[in-house]
Write a protein that binds this ligand. Structure first.
Ligand code: TRP
Length: 339
């Protein structure tokens, strides 16, 4: 237990999690929970940076995100799931770290930049309204990670620039105040970014092209039937090009064992797109089945999930206090030797 490295990763509670989250990060964190001390943060403070007018939404999604993590296979006896806002040390560290980063460096962060421009597209030119809190979320995320001595951070590719900024802040902190913080590394999944069913490079809630882990058969069917296939294939027996087909792309993810057949039949024009989509719906539902069964188990036991979150938060807080003590000592702000 003692010399195992710590993993810190998590999600913003702004909605249910989808296949993009699953293949980008959840799957990896489930695999790694046996090998490392895993902390999973439900980042409500971060969610509030751009949802501060929507506290109900954030509150409701705390449970959705907890359900999705447990459904994906996170074992509460191995991993520690906790709520960010209940760890005041994270807020304290954020204040200290904010001195170590310039505004222009935050503005140049590619993740922050693209999130801001996405918002502009969605809400029109409200760019002027980017808040101090939102711009600074990489600083707060640095606190999320370092408060638990997070050494490894499984994240999707889109989060890499944020992690790079974390590493810079950690190095700067350590060079000024002495070796205090652990410098984290990213762990990328092999399928790091899942394309949308519409062929968009990214699957995203706001892009409306996502399959959620909790989607019903009807929802999955409707989405897959609309998926983009080879545009040059007009008739059912035209030879197809699987490489430009989103249905084939998803078969690769959830129907690996039959992938050769799917590919060959498509190329030979022996598999019509509609049949191919129907196959994919079946494979997708099979893939989601164990995930949805676990979700149902926890949904039927909300008091158990509450206990998991309460105990996880308590345990996480103990760890954060220990790190905070080190930080205060090294920053010379440990004025009184009370415990
Ligand atoms: N920013 C992450 C996301 O958008 C969520 C997150 C918050 C996180 N704090 C973190 C991820 C710390 C890894 C480590 O999904």
């Amino acid at each position: 237990m003692e010399n195992k490295k710590n993993i810190l990763t998590g999600d913003r509670p702004t909605g249910r999690l989808h296949l993009g989250h699953y293949f980008g990060s959840l799957k990896k964190r489930v695999e790694l929970q046996d090998k490392y001390n895993t902390y999973i943060i439900i980042a409500d403070v971060q969610a509030l940076t751009d949802n501060f007018e929507n506290p109900k939404k954030v509150r409701q999604n705390i449970y959705e995100v907890a359900f999705d993590n447990l459904a994906a296979g996170i074992d509460p006896n191995k991993a520690t799931i906790f709520i960010q806002s209940l760890i005041p040390e994270i807020a304290e560290l954020t204040v200290f770290y904010s001195n170590l980063v310039t505004i222009s460096r935050l503005q140049r962060n590619p993740t922050v930049k693209s999130e801001i421009s996405q918002k502009k597209e969605l809400f029109g030119n409200k760019g002027e309204s980017v808040t101090y809190g939102f711009l600074g979320y990489p600083v707060s995320q640095t606190a999320d990670i370092t408060a638990f001595d997070g050494a490894l951070v499984p994240v999707g590719e889109d989060q890499l620039p944020v992690l790079e900024q974390t590493r810079e802040i950690v190095r700067k902190f350590n060079s000024i105040y002495g070796e205090t913080l652990v410098e984290p590394e990213a762990i990328l999944s092999s399928n790091t970014r899942i394309k949308g069913l519409d062929g968009n490079e990214k699957m995203g809630k706001s892009l409306g092209n996502a399959i959620y882990l909790a989607d019903s058969y009807e929802e999955v069917r409707e989405k897959i039937m609309k998926a983009v296939t080879d545009p040059n294939r007009i008739k059912k027996d035209d030879p197809g090009n699987p490489n430009v087909c989103m249905v084939y792309y998803y078969h690769k993810l959830v129907n690996e064992e039959n992938i050769k057949t799917v590919c060959e039949e498509c190329k030979k024009g022996k598999r019509g797109c509609v049949d191919c989509k129907k196959d994919l719906i079946e494979s997708m539902m099979n893939f989601l089945k164990p995930i949805q069964e676990r979700r149902r188990y926890y949904e039927e036991r909300p008091e158990l999930v509450e206990k998991i979150l309460m105990e996880g938060t308590k345990k996480a807080r103990e760890k954060a206090k220990e790190v905070m003590k080190r930080v205060r000592e090294n920053m010379k702000i440990d004025y009184f030797k009370e415990s």
